[in-house]
Design a protein around this ligand. Structure first.
Ligand SMILES: [Zn+2]
Length: 241
């Protein structure tokens, strides 16, 4: 097993910093402008009691507006920090899961991984033979029955069903619309509609359907269309099987 972590820009982090700055900026600027102007007005008062009263009420109204503005920004800041903390916890859980699968390096940048560990490639894409109706439309990973099958990327479970020759099949739809099929499973551990994260166990290797022994038959269908070579697809994501 080999892989190369593909760096991706920390879009979430820079967005967060931008939002924090936009919140922090006005927070420090607003009272500095509003309060001294009003204080100067008050200090130069040599007018009638009526005018004085009007100015005082305008001042307190301005103060209330500043106070409300500060409170709103403090609440916004608290909310932003809560989001940042939650994001950090999620990243930690994800990194721990990938590390447990044997991946190292900058795990926050890892977007695609292999569907299982401890396998032997037993049939490539495009082969012709008596086992397949025309040609082999996937990649076979031979592994002991019961081996964990993990999500190759963040995805949504589109289907879990007995698919005839494919046996018990789970289809994950990735964020870019690519469908990834896990075939011949012993059991599936997810349900249609469920969101799964990269590295989460989705099922176990089995030999259901048209199969001569326990293995994962993996298929990759970009945009839900025709099957493409899973080995090439994985390699292009830095995960050569
Ligand atoms: Zn196969």
């Amino acid at each position: 097993m080999s892989y190369v972590a593909v760096a991706r820009p920390a879009a979430g982090a820079s967005l967060l910093v931008g939002v924090l700055l936009s919140v922090l900026g006005p927070l420090t600027a607003a009272p500095a402008h509003a309060v001294p102007e009003s204080a100067t007005e008050l200090a130069s008062t040599t007018t009638s009691a009526q005018e004085q009263s009007g100015r005082t009420s305008r001042l307190t109204a301005a103060e209330r507006r500043v106070e409300r503005s500060v409170e709103r920004r403090e609440r916004a800041l608290s909310a932003m920090f809560a989001v940042a903390e939650r994001h950090a916890r999620i990243e930690q859980v994800r990194s721990d899961r990938l590390r447990a699968l044997g991946y190292t390096g900058d795990l926050t940048a890892l977007e695609t991984i292999l569907p299982l560990r401890g396998y032997r490639l037993s049939a490539g894409f495009g082969l012709a033979g008596p086992l397949w109706e025309s040609t082999h439309t996937g990649l076979d990973f031979s592994a002991p029955s019961g081996t964990d099958l993990v999500a190759v990327a963040d995805a949504t479970v589109s289907e879990v069903a007995d698919a005839g020759p494919y046996g018990l099949r789970t289809i994950l739809t990735l964020e870019d619309g690519t469908d990834v099929w896990y075939c011949h499973q012993l059991v599936s551990l997810v349900s249609p509609g469920e969101a799964v994260e990269i590295g989460e166990v989705v099922g176990l290797v089995g030999s259901t359907g048209n199969s001569t022994g326990p293995h994962l038959h993996l298929e990759v269908h970009p945009a839900g269309g025709g099957a493409t070579d899973p080995a090439a697809w994985l390699s292009s994501a830095g995960m050569t099987p």
